[in-house]
Design a protein around this ligand. Sequence first.
Ligand SMILES: O=C(O)CCC(=O)C(=O)O
Ligand SMILES: [Fe+2]
Length: 320
Amino acid sequence: MEMDFPVINMNNLNGEGRPAAMKQINDACENWGFFELVNHGISHELMDKVEELTKEHYRKCMEQRFKEMVAIKGLDSVETEINDTDWESTFFIRHLPVSNVSEIPDLDEDYRKVMKEFANELEKLAEQILDLLCENLGLEKGYLKKAFYGSKGPNFGTKVSNYPPCPKPELIKGLRAHTDAGGLILLFQDDKVSGLQLIKDGKWVDVPPMHHSIVINLGDQLEVITNGKYKSVMHRVIAQADGNRMSIASFYNPGNDAVIYPAPALVEGEEEKSKLYPKFVFDDYMKLYVGLKFQAKEPRFEAMKAMESTNLNLGPIATV
Ligand SMILES: O=C(O)CCC(=O)C(=O)O
Ligand SMILES: [Fe+2]
């Protein structure tokens, strides 16, 4: 049984190692829902700048606020497990369809500029990865990008997080276990302080910190579109007793009005047709997800199916 976390060297996609690298990506998508990219083409200098400015911003603008929140909620002296709060300090930047980076308070001009540049690079990388997935799945190039497009293009945004040192990591999670609702997630995580774990064969496995890597994981929408060939995988963050973990997670998601359904080419046979994943408008899924994020995804898919059977606007599911 292979238990090493999959690390893909993207340089191998350009030479004779391409078939093996493509297979490695397919195996990772089928068996892990996660993989880590090195030599992804995003400049290390840019990543260093993003890290430096994110850490500076945390110290200047977020740390005090986090400490006050902890004090008000009494989180540092809890005696029993906490299931309704996470030990994280976050803010969110939207890039697409319309950027809000200029409206976010407390960001220095150079930080805004660097985050914009980083988002542009990540957007290109996301679309490149989606096409690698298409190739592995036997879907035409551009299929997934188109599936996510809707009328205004994808939703793309970045959640900037810090997981400060936590006195009770066994009682309060950095981030409780969940699968991601959206499409493709690209994560720039701290290279020293670990904490991200995923479920593999029923056990929690660490996503190893690695300098200048980008961790990729698949959200619920890719599970639906691939008709379950690939699955979104549960993950969580364990806060550490020592060290502040930075994580910058970018979500390349369908547009609000994109209609999501299994790719007809991936639905084979009568049996599969009868067990089909639902067809729905992405925004309806997100509305449901808000209240059910920390629960299993299956009831979400069931709820969308129930909605589908009462919603005549979408028409029948095309399976050929
Ligand atoms: O901080 C991380 O490493 C993961 C964050 C995450 O899973 C999320 O925001 O959905
Ligand atoms: Fe997540």
